[in-house]
Ligand binder design. Structure first.
Ligand SMILES: Cc1cc2nc3c(=O)[nH]c(=O)nc-3n(C[C@H](O)[C@H](O)[C@H](O)COP(=O)(O)O)c2cc1C
Length: 324
């Protein structure tokens, strides 16, 4: 059986965390991941606000008594009120991404809540470690949704492992199966943090049309863009970009980014309509390059169990195949 310091830190069976996808990692997904022995993170940054988040936390507790957490886009307005709910509800852990986590760590620890920090650079990892993060997710540029634009997961994870001492490191970006988990453990990670694989799960709360798009996509179809963020005036730092499945809308607007502010209101309406019609030729389907490895929509709990089992099998079998 696989067992790493992350399992001890979070009280889980398998070193697999599901990403806190805003608006779409809701109670059903989180409960399914945690009930299967992984660690589910609710997407805590949502238009629903603090009371919606409290309901979501309680809904997870109706479904499982296993530990789970809440993750935030910490550059977004309203994070303090959402964080207050997570701490009042004493979830097992919170996660912070896309802002300096320092102000959030001490209050969480005082409430007995662990803090996971998602970083995109080695310098951010060092800041998170100094601030007292309990675990650090090193997110490469191939990740689905928002990420940095500098380093891929393969070089970032071991560099972060080297930089942060004994703090458990998770690999985020480009992992969808047991091969990815086994590779991440070889890089020194204590676990993985997966988003796109759980987009193609029964319990993910986005549309079926978006899941179908991820299943149909190849590795080459996932591109980084700022088009949707510019149109929505989304609250992400300027050093991030958004990885989506490429479509004619992105192809048309990517070369004309500087014209977007002039047309933003009309484009926002077009995207809203596409979102409610399930039109992936216009609406954003956030997913990483690992979409090319995903061919079916599965129950999230099955994904957790299968990824852990496949990694364990590979770690047992591969050495005999490649060592002389
Ligand atoms: C649909 C989608 C939504 C996401 N939303 C968030 C978010 O709200 N907050 C966050 O910290 N990361 C978010 N991410 C990024 C994930 O936390 C994670 O880094 C990424 O999914 C890992 O790469 P992978 O997609 O290759 O597994 C999102 C990713 C996806 C695919």
């Amino acid at each position: 059986m696989l067992h790493t310091p992350l399992c001890d830190l979070l009280g889980i069976e398998h070193p697999i965390v599901s990403a806190p996808m805003a608006g779409t990692a809701t109670a059903d997904l989180v409960a399914a991941v945690s009930a299967a022995g992984g660690f589910g993170l609710l997407g805590g940054t949502s238009l629903g606000g603090p009371e919606w988040l409290r309901e979501q936390i309680r809904a997870v507790r109706e479904l499982t008594d296993r530990p789970f957490g809440v993750g935030f886009i910490s550059s977004a307005p309203g994070t303090a009120d959402l964080m207050a709910v997570a701490l009042e509800e004493r979830v097992a852990a919170v996660s912070h991404s896309f802002a300096d986590p320092t102000p959030w760590i001490e209050p969480a620890h005082r409430a007995g809540v662990k803090v996971l920090v998602q970083v995109q650079t080695v310098a951010q990892a060092v800041t998170a470690a100094r601030a007292g993060a309990d675990a650090i997710a090193a997110q490469g540029v191939e990740a689905g949704g928002h990420a940095g634009t500098t380093s891929a997961t393969l070089p970032l994870v071991p560099a972060v492992v080297d930089a942060v001492g004994t703090i458990p490191v998770l690999a985020a970006g480009g992992i969808a199966d047991g091969r990815g988990l086994a590779a991440a453990l070889m890089l020194g990670a204590a676990g993985v943090w997966m988003g796109t694989r759980f987009v193609a799960s029964n319990e993910w709360a986005g549309g079926e049309w978006a899941k179908a798009r991820v299943v149909a996509a190849s590795t080459d179809d996932a591109v980084q863009t700022r088009v949707y963020d510019l149109i929505a005036s989304a609250p992400f730092p300027e050093w991030t970009a958004d990885r989506v499945i490429r479509n004619p809308f992105v192809d048309a607007w990517q070369p004309r980014e500087d014209e977007i502010p002039t047309h933003a209101a009309a484009l926002r309406k077009q995207i809203e309509a596409a979102q409610s019609d399930g039109d992936a030729e216009v609406a954003a389907v956030r997913a990483g390059n690992v979409a090319g490895l995903i061919h079916t929509v599965e129950p999230a709990g099955e994904i957790v169990r299968w990824v852990a089992a496949e990694a364990e099998r590979l770690l047992q079998e591969r050495p005999a195949q490649i060592l002389r």
